[in-house]
Design a protein around this ligand. Structure first.
Ligand code: GDP
Ligand code: GDP
Length: 455
């Protein structure tokens, strides 16, 4: 590396930064208007439009990446719900429950000026049941005079209330220090303890694509165990299902089987649920209703899974209903609308007739294999050397930037760092990604490529 103009520390730093595995998840929960979204904004450190002035606005995005004291994690914001759909207690409980399920730690936000309400108490009960680490945030303590309000929240029995002003930033640093203590390095429930255990599948897709039908079909008589969460009375969330001689864990199936039917707000709950399921899974099977036009909602779900960095299989369901004309248009739509997962294994299924159910497992295995692939550095650089020699980067301003060397910094999904002598254009990056995929069979997985340029 040294002779190429990068010093070792720089290279090691870049590899470490790029090489992180799946990030632990922090959920921010609490009643409406306590300041959850304001706090999330503060945590992610930018003014992304999380706080909406208009009440009841449905947000697409519920998961954000954040960093504090050099550690990275994900934040799930639950602020985007609609108050009048289910009644306040049920709504708060439902959204908190989804978020807590997917989280490794929880920030419970209470409005210190208002104090603990019955709804807050209801969330406390959920938190107790879930048994996840909780950091209690006493928000809206904008100055020293509010500290007394915060201390009343000891009564919630969740330990020390952290007085915070999400709006002005007061106390948020101390609170985040506490959060980092509570958060595991890696998302324990998904990856830590699951090593060697059943692989985790999230079955996702917009309402009515056939998730529940597919689950019933694959579960059939193959269902081996219903996995009750120890010590709780709630519905089973995850199910162990045997397919192709192997036991798989389908996560968050309660949300699939027993859907809350809502008039409005359903989209928001659906996307929160989807985000939660994706966070808990290693592989996402995205179901698309092939009988209907591919929609923006389908694309959002795909984006969610890609951004979460999960292995992906796309299943086109209701194949039994397709005539020749629809099949023709479907192929065109897939090309134009789902280009972002052109690399994902595809199966054309019918949850109704059982068509091609046997193809699901091989597709999932392919995607997981790609997700976990590690390319030895020697092989990678032999490949990069040949590639760059055969297809050099275009000359710009009399200079020709070159990829000097590269390394794979991580897996699940594969992450690469390339070191270059000058700015590498987006088109060339895409070209490299395409060739990497071909060469090393990265089927069914997003891959991340970051480029370091020699100063
Ligand atoms: P959410 O519904 O829990 O996501 O709450 P929001 O983040 O949307 O905040 C609700 C209202 O409380 C907004 O008007 C915020 O500006 C205000 N707010 C949030 N945090 C603070 C704070 O620390 N101090 C004060 N004074 N107001 C706050
Ligand atoms: P979910 O909302 O994604 O769980 O979708 P459901 O499983 O409830 O299915 C929605 C509707 O599509 C139901 O009426 C199903 O019977 C129907 N459906 C699901 N899969 C298929 C399929 O493969 N073929 C046909 N023709 N109908 C299906």
């Amino acid at each position: 590396a040294a002779e190429e103009g990068f010093d070792i520390e720089e290279v090691e730093g870049a590899i470490e930064e790029a090489g992180h595995g799946p990030l632990p998840v922090l959920a921010v929960v609490g009643r409406p208007n306590v300041g959850k979204s304001t706090l999330v904004n503060r945590i992610i450190g930018r003014r992304e439009a999380v706080v909406e002035d208009k009440p009841g606005v449905t947000r697409d995005r519920v998961t954000y990446e954040a960093e504090w004291a050099g550690r990275r994690f994900k934040v799930v914001d639950t602020g985007g719900w609609e108050q009048d759909v289910l009644g306040i207690d049920a709504s708060v409980a439902a959204q908190a429950e989804y978020a807590i399920e997917a989280a490794d730690a929880v920030v419970f936000v209470v409005d210190a000026k208002v104090g603990a309400t019955d709804t807050d108490e209801a969330v406390v009960r959920l938190l107790r049941k879930a048994g996840k680490p909780v950091v209690l945030c006493a928000n809206k303590v904008d100055g020293p005079s509010g500290e007394a309000d915060a201390s009343y929240l000891w009564a919630l029995g969740l330990g020390e209330p952290h007085p915070v002003s999400a709006l002005h930033g007061r106390g948020t640093g101390d609170m985040l220090d506490r959060v980092l203590e509570a958060l595991p390095e890696a998302p324990a429930q998904t990856f830590g303890t699951a090593v060697g255990g059943p692989r985790r599948i999230a079955l996702i897709g917009r309402p009515n694509v056939g998730k529940s039908s597919l689950l019933n079909k694959v579960a059939g008589e193959e269902r081996v165990v219903v996995n009750e969460l120890a010590g709780t009375t709630r519905d089973p969330v995850d199910e162990l299902i045997e397919l192709g001689g192997v036991t798989w864990k389908f996560v968050d199936t309660a949300g699939i089987r027993k859907r809350v039917h809502l008039q409005q707000g359903a989209d928001y709950y659906a996307s929160l649920r989807t985000a939660a399921a994706v966070e808990k899974a290693e592989v996402a099977v995205i179901l698309i209703d092939a009988s209907e036009s591919i929609s923006v909602q389908d694309q959002r779900i795909v984006t969610m899974a890609v951004e979460a960095g999960r292995a992906i299989v796309v299943a086109y369901n209701k194949w039994d209903t397709l005539d020749e004309e629809r099949r023709y248009y479907l192929e065109r739509e897939i090309e134009t609308e789902l280009g972002q997962v052109a690399w994902a294994p595809r199966v054309n299924v019918s949850a109704q007739t059982g068509r091609h159910m046997e193809k699901l497992v091989p597709a999932i295995e392919t995607a997981l294999a790609g997700w976990e692939t590690r390319v030895p550095t020697g092989r990678l650089n032999a490949f990069l050397g040949e590639l760059v020699a055969a297809h050099p980067h275009p000359v710009r301003g009399g200079k020709q930037p070159r990829i000097l060397f590269g390394t794979q910094a991580g897996t699940k999904p594969p992450r690469f760092v390339l070191f270059a002598s000058g700015f590498i254009e987006a088109g060339y990056r895409r070209f490299i990604e395409r060739r990497l995929r071909e060469e090393f069979a990265f089927e069914g997985t997003p891959i991340h490529i970051s480029v370091r340029v020699r100063e």
